[in-house]
Design a protein around this ligand. Structure first.
Ligand code: C2E
Ligand code: MG
Ligand code: MG
Length: 696
């Protein structure tokens, strides 16, 4: 015992019996008892509140209380103290009931004399403490369960019954009567039931050490909540599961957050449409399905809103976004539920049509979308009309990856755009091979640059005053082992796009300068022959363009004044102030400039003046058109006149007939170039012309 002094409250109205008790306790060995005595129940209760007693000895027939009620009142007032009942033979039965209700023991008063009393008190105190400890731990457990917000279930596998904690019932909305696992299962979402069964079976069969499963459960309101169920089976000696118990945790919030994250990862924030990843994912599914069913069953539409930049510049960012949102809404509205609309980026949208029987199904949707766009968009206070170019790819056999279908729809969209916007194109294999051909061209061109598989051809520029050669335009050719001689029209644009024009262009410049310098030596004329070289806008954008041109001039020994760089009008427009600076720095070194293909671009007089070129090259389309169209002749005449006024040289390009030549002479055009004089020729060809002193 914790302390050797035990405090006893004796509630007993009979003084003689009270004396007996005192006597018995005073004779005890081991413990020392301090006994306080109360003659009535009320007096006993009053003392109990004030003093810390270790045990109460309670008589059952007191002046103010008799029988079981006596115990109950005491219990209620002081549940923390163990009670031993003192009884006479006639109410032994009542005493037994008191013990059932929580009294520790009862003693017949006639046994008091023996050592029984002391032993009974000792046990009463000990048993009471043990009970109290157990109760505390049970309470703690109950509190923990409540705090963790988990529901508890306990399933008797053999009997088929189950216990569900109040929290479990609150979560599931099961009424209090439910006590079988069916009450649980019938609330599980139909899509999750199989998984739950499988997880349970796996654990019961011993395949899984723990049971753990997430599923949706219908709650009292009829909505679904996500729960995590966990549990363990208790097995008998033979390993057969007899019971299974576990917890149920509400994970709805976590699930919602996860779903939100997942949603955000696969949707466009502005329009809320699926994004490119999700679109490709759905496309992959459609592809797989059509592969299994072996027929065209889907189509992809690639949409691009036309004229993005001008619209953006005039409307501003926010209004541009509002238009996209509105457009997304309209798109969604005009498709069937099984179809997917996605924003692929910028102004690009993708539509996946499922269950398509043929191309007409897809083109009909494309028409509908364009119809949809004819309605103006209300953006802020104004109305805007937008058009879209649409490319269509049909999910025909032969596609391996979703990316390929999207790429083909994209290619078709570009065709649609090139064909004049606001229309659609269905992808066909010819487009594919042209794309593939372009790719191959690019690869081969790269290799050509590495191996320098280029040669220069030269076309004479002739003075119309005396018919003699005054200079040569260098024109590059690509000599490919398979393709043969490839003309610039076939590869310059690819070279520009890929940046390969930069190494090619520097080589062309150096090679032409070197060659013309040699000819200046062997064929001296006055003024010396000049070299005319086409310069791509890409070269103009290079930071060291002035230095490099200068270095080439120095290294080849060609006088800077014998070099004419041909640029088109658009180059200067695109490069603005930088071009102006480069131009004036090179002009300061003596280099001259020609506007190539004059008349086909902007033909802006203000640009002409601002950049002060030395030469205008009239595009060959004007020379070709001169004969049949009077106004074209007039244009050529006025360009020649313009050159005169501005003090510029003029070269007529593409002269093919003596009639054209005569006409130009009559207009007093100072110089010309064209097949009539000579096609572009290689070095030997050019030298032959120079050698014979050919004059036209
Ligand atoms: P361009 O600078 O206007 O060159 C004249 C083009 O007209 C040359 O075509 C030439 O062969 C062709 N031509 C000359 N006389 C006649 C004629 O009487 N009738 C017809 N129908 N055509 C004639 P080419 O060599 O195929 O070059 C085409 C274009 O490629 C050139 O047009 C030029 O813009 C570009 N280019 C050629 N070489 C280079 C180069 O080295 N660098 C750059 N950046 N571009 C080049
Ligand atoms: Mg040219
Ligand atoms: Mg030209």
């Amino acid at each position: 015992m914790a302390s050797d002094v035990l405090r006893v409250l004796l509630v007993e109205d009979n003084p003689a019996e009270a004396e007996l008790v005192r006597d018995a306790l005073s004779r005890a060995r081991g413990e020392r008892f301090v006994v306080e005595h109360a003659g009535r129940l009320q007096a006993g209760l009053d003392r109990l509140v004030a003093n810390g007693f270790d045990v109460v000895l309670l008589d059952f027939s007191l002046p103010d209380s008799v029988g079981l009620e006596t115990y109950e009142r005491l219990r209620e007032r002081a549940p923390w103290v163990p009670v031993v009942i003192l009884t006479n033979l006639d109410d032994e039965e009542t005493a037994v009931r008191a013990v059932r209700e929580g009294a520790q023991d009862y003693l017949l008063k006639r046994e008091l004399a023996s050592g029984l009393l002391v032993r009974s008190i000792r046990y009463a105190i000990e048993r009471f403490r043990a009970e109290q400890a157990l109760k505390n731990s049970e309470n703690r457990y109950a509190l923990a369960v409540q705090g963790a917000n988990d529901g508890i279930w306990d399933w008797d596998l053999a009997g088929g019954t189950a216990y569900f904690s109040p929290r479990w019932r609150a979560m599931t909305g099961c009424d209090d009567a439910a006590s079988t696992v069916e009450a649980w299962f019938e609330r599980v979402h139909a899509d999750d039931l199989r998984g739950l069964q499988d997880a349970l079976d796996a654990h019961l069969a011993g395949d899984e050490p723990h049971f753990e499963h997430e599923h949706r459960l219908r709650d009292a309101a009829g909505g679904y909540r996500w729960v995590l169920a966990r549990g363990l089976a208790v097995r008998d000696g033979g390993g057969t599961p007899a019971r299974m118990a576990g917890s149920l945790t509400d994970i709805t919030d976590r699930k919602r957050a996860e779903e939100r994250l997942l949603h955000d990862a696969f949707h466009d924030a502005l329009t809320e449409l699926p994004n490119r990843s999700l679109f490709l994912d759905r496309l992959g599914l459609a592809l797989e399905q059509s592969r299994r069913h072996k027929r065209i069953s889907f189509a992809v539409l690639f949409l691009d809103l036309d004229r993005r930049k001008p619209r953006h510049d005039s409307l501003g960012h926010a209004a541009g976004d509002a238009l996209l949102v509105e457009f997304a809404g309209r798109l969604r509205g005009c498709l069937r539920p099984g179809d997917t609309v996605a924003r692929l980026g910028g102004d690009e949208f993708g539509v996946l049509l499922t269950e398509v029987d043929g191309p007409e199904d897809a083109t009909r949707v494309a028409e509908r979308i364009q119809e949809l766009l004819r309605q103006p968009f209300a953006v802020g206070s104004t109305e805007v009309i937008s058009t879209a170019s649409i490319g269509i790819a049909l999910g025909a056999a032969g596609y391996e990856r979703p990316d390929d279908i999207l790429r083909d729809a994209d290619t078709a969209m570009y065709r649609a755009k090139a064909a004049g916007r606001a229309c659609f194109q269905v992808f066909d294999q010819a487009m594919h091979s042209s794309v593939a051909a372009l790719l191959r061209l690019e690869m081969d061109l790269r290799r050509a640059v590495e191996r320098n598989s280029f040669v220069m051809h030269y076309q004479p520029i002739v003075s119309l005053l005396d018919g003699r050669i005054v200079g040569f335009e260098g024109l590059v050719r690509w000599v490919d082992p398979e393709r043969g001689v490839v003309l610039p029209d076939r590869f310059i644009s690819v070279a520009e796009e890929t940046g390969l024009i930069v190494p090619i262009g520097w080589w062309v410049l150096a090679e032409t300068c070197r060659q013309v310098r040699l000819w200046q030596g062997s064929f001296p004329v006055s003024p010396p022959l000049y070299a005319s070289v086409n310069i791509s806008g890409k070269l103009f954008g290079q930071p060291d363009v002035v230095e490099r041109v200068w270095r080439i001039v120095e290294e080849t020994g060609l006088p800077a004044t014998s070099l004419r760089l041909e640029i088109t009008e658009s180059v200067l427009m695109d490069h603005g102030d930088v071009a102006l600076r480069v131009l004036s720095e090179l002009r300061a070194l003596g280099v001259q400039f020609s506007v190539d293909d004059f008349g086909t671009g902007f033909s802006s007089l203000s640009y002409l003046q601002r950049f002060s070129y030395d030469t205008l090259k009239i595009d060959r389309s004007f020379i070709a058109g001169m004969a049949d169209k009077a106004d074209v002749g007039a244009i050529v005449q006025s360009i020649v006149g313009l050159g005169n006024v501005l003090g510029m040289n003029v070269v007529a390009e593409g002269v093919e007939t003596p009639a054209q030549l005569a006409r130009l002479r009559a207009m007093q055009c100072p110089s010309a170039q064209g097949y009539w004089f000579s096609r572009p020729v290689d070095r030997e060809g050019a030298e032959l012309l120079l050698h014979t002193g050919q004059a036209w």
